[in-house]
Write a protein that binds this ligand. Structure first.
Ligand code: ZN
Length: 280
């Protein structure tokens, strides 16, 4: 029976918030067994549990909400947390989002690894999907299907990028090598409009793969030819981590995003016959 894990020591990082564009300091710290991942807005004196049921906006990143307090763009940090199989952790922020760092999950993963892992007294519980659950919205589709092992596949189609498909059977080493380095991406043609809405104000060529009509502008920073589809799997892993416990299922996504991912978890948990709790 694998135990729950938390960090051995606190670790801190400072950087730019992707949307708000402000400097944010984040401290990830050990937490009591069973507490799960909790975000603390130190500037607002508010705690928000990292659970699908607290997801509000999903348009350009997954936003957790509790009352008037929000934490945006949690998915990359949540993916790193899932990739390291961390169960309990307190994430304290002095601003509205974790710092975006390199726009990937690897920069969080390396930070969390530097903290070291500590075993908790309790065993890890997993959520085993026992009935297929699918959500569709327009041409976006996401499914959680019964399987013995956790895996992710994703199919994307974007202008300029074309079509990409990737399949990933979850292991910690595989996550670090294949998925965590994949960086967020965006279209330069949308940037001005986003900035006017106070979004993507912290986006830069250092933290985002930028696309124009001809392709990737900052190609020298690209890490994989299929980095885009790998990043969509990274996002899905982060969003599925909001289940509150590791899943045992096969995730299949097609043109889906944060909204579909959240709808998928809400659909999963809407009927207790869809899943059962088991040893991880
Ligand atoms: Zn992302």
């Amino acid at each position: 029976m694998p135990p729950r894990h938390t960090l051995a020591h606190p670790v801190t990082a400072t950087g730019t918030a992707l949307h708000a564009g402000v400097q944010v300091t984040m401290t990830c710290a050990p937490a009591a067994s069973g507490s799960g991942i909790v975000f603390r807005r130190a500037d607002l004196n508010a705690d928000i549990a990292a659970l699908y049921s607290h997801v509000g906006e999903t348009r350009l990143g997954t936003v957790l909400e509790s009352g008037s307090a929000k934490v945006g763009v949690v998915e990359h940090l949540m993916a790193a947390t899932a990739g390291l199989e961390i169960d309990d952790m307190l994430v304290t922020l002095d601003g509205p989002e974790p710092p975006i760092l390199d726009g990937d999950a690897l920069s969080y993963l390396i930070l969390l690894e530097s903290a070291g892992m500590a075993e908790q007294g309790e065993a890890r519980t997993a959520i085993q999907v026992v009935r297929p659950v699918t959500v569709e919205s327009g041409d976006a589709k996401a499914s959680l299907l019964p399987d013995d092992r956790l895996s992710y596949s994703y199919e994307l189609s974007f202008p300029v990028i074309g079509e990409q498909f990737y399949q990933f059977a979850f292991t910690r080493a595989g996550f670090k090598a294949e998925i965590a380095p994949a960086r967020t991406f965006g279209f330069l043609s949308e940037l001005e409009a986003l900035n006017k809405m106070n979004l993507a104000k912290g986006a830069s060529l250092a933290n985002t793969l930028a696309l124009d009509a001809t392709g990737v502008v900052n190609r020298q920073t690209q890490r994989f030819a299929d980095e885009f589809v790998r990043h969509k799997i990274l996002d899905a892993i982060g969003d599925m981590a909001l289940a509150g416990a590791p899943l045992i299922a096969r995730f299949e996504g097609r043109k889906s995003g944060h909204a579909t991912n959240n709808a998928l978890l809400r659909a999963l948990f809407s009927d207790p016959a869809n899943y059962r709790l088991t040893q991880a």
